[in-house]
Design a protein around this ligand. Structure first.
Ligand SMILES: Nc1ncnc2c1ncn2[C@@H]1O[C@H](COP(=O)(O)OP(=O)(O)OP(=O)(O)O)[C@@H](O)[C@H]1O
Length: 302
């Protein structure tokens, strides 16, 4: 089942084209939507929720059309907006119960669901205090709770790690992973920090300037760029030459050599070259480029 699909989706503002003929789809699971600030991530989410109409093109969310079935979509989808949107003078409990009631839950069910959801996102006693006194991390959790309280099939999380310190970031990312795995809710999560998404996503969509740069599973993203780092005590130039003769693709970074792994034979070639030249091997380490590196390479080649 496809959770969302777009075809030639375009949004033009008077001065800027925020989305430019975007054709992409996502399957159930956790999908990262990656792009620099201004790439068009928030605009895409707003179009998919039916909050703003496209200039051209089409989209479906859970098989529904945002232009004609926006209310049905909102019933089945949760949305955590990027910007601050919480009332400071009510408690998290009051706010999340209110949001559950807005989604159509009866009073008792809304209270129960709100309590469960706030506990799931890690807010306990503090949920009775006014939101105005919360830390950024606590406020992000409240925003996440209101997106989950009506038990959606899919949630859009717009920059959920924004403003968090490294520990808060790790906790939020772990929570997002749990939403996708334990709760079984599909997640579309945006970030301009490319590296952090590889830890939680099954699939990544990269957009740049409103255009699709890449859409693939995390595995494909990193596999393609698998490499092995070789360090020898001395003789790295001779080793690089020998490996090149054996048909390997080698790059030198000071004392370290990075060899692209084209097949398992690459490891045999490294072993043979080190033995032939009688070198002392210090390190042989499997390396994977991070999404960040792949993205940088692709952007610079566009
Ligand atoms: N309502 C609007 N009117 C005019 N321009 C807009 C509007 N909304 C977005 N834009 C522009 O469209 C482009 C894409 O914005 P968008 O907010 O979708 O990017 P983003 O990838 O979510 O980045 P950020 O994380 O910085 O919000 C930007 O150039 C932005 O200035």
């Amino acid at each position: 089942m496809t959770i969302l699909a777009t075809e030639g989706l375009t949004k033009r503002f008077p001065r800027v084209t925020a989305l430019d003929r975007l054709t992409v789809s996502a399957e159930p699971g956790v999908t990262g939507l990656v792009g620099a600030n201004g790439a068009g991530k928030s605009t895409l989410i707003k179009l998919l929720l039916g909050l703003t109409p496209p200039t051209e093109g089409r989209a479906t969310v859970l098989g529904l059309d945002p232009a004609a079935q926006a209310l049905d979509i909102r019933r089945a989808v949760g949305y955590m907006p990027e910007h601050e949107c919480l009332p400071p003078d009510v408690s998290a409990t009051e706010f999340v119960v209110h949001m559950a009631r807005m989604s159509g839950l009866p009073r008792a069910a809304a209270r129960e669901r709100a309590a469960d959801t706030l506990r799931h996102v890690g807010l306990y006693e503090e949920r009775y205090r006014p939101i105005g006194g919360y830390s950024t991390g606590m406020r992000q959790r409240v925003k996440l709770a209101q997106a989950l309280v009506h038990d959606p099939k899919l949630v859009f999380l717009d920059e959920p790690t924004n403003g968090l310190d490294p520990q808060g970031r790790d906790e939020m990312l772990a929570l997002i992973r749990r939403v996708g795995t334990e709760f079984g809710i599909s997640v579309i999560v945006t970030s301009h920090l490319l590296g952090e998404l590889e830890r939680v996503c099954d699939h990544v969509i990269v957009i740049d300037g409103g255009r699709l740069l890449r859409s693939s599973s995390i595995g494909e993203f990193t596999q393609r760029t698998q490499s092995v780092t070789v360090e020898v005590e001395e003789g790295q130039d001779a080793l690089a030459g020998r490996l090149a003769e054996l048909g390997q693709q080698v790059t030198a970074h000071g004392r370290l050599l990075t060899v692209a792994v084209s097949s398992p034979a690459t490891y045999d070639a490294v072993r043979d070259a080190v033995c032939d030249l009688d070198l002392r091997l210090v390190r042989l380490e499997q390396g994977r480029h991070r999404i960040e590196d792949v993205f940088r390479e692709e952007v610079s080649s566009v």
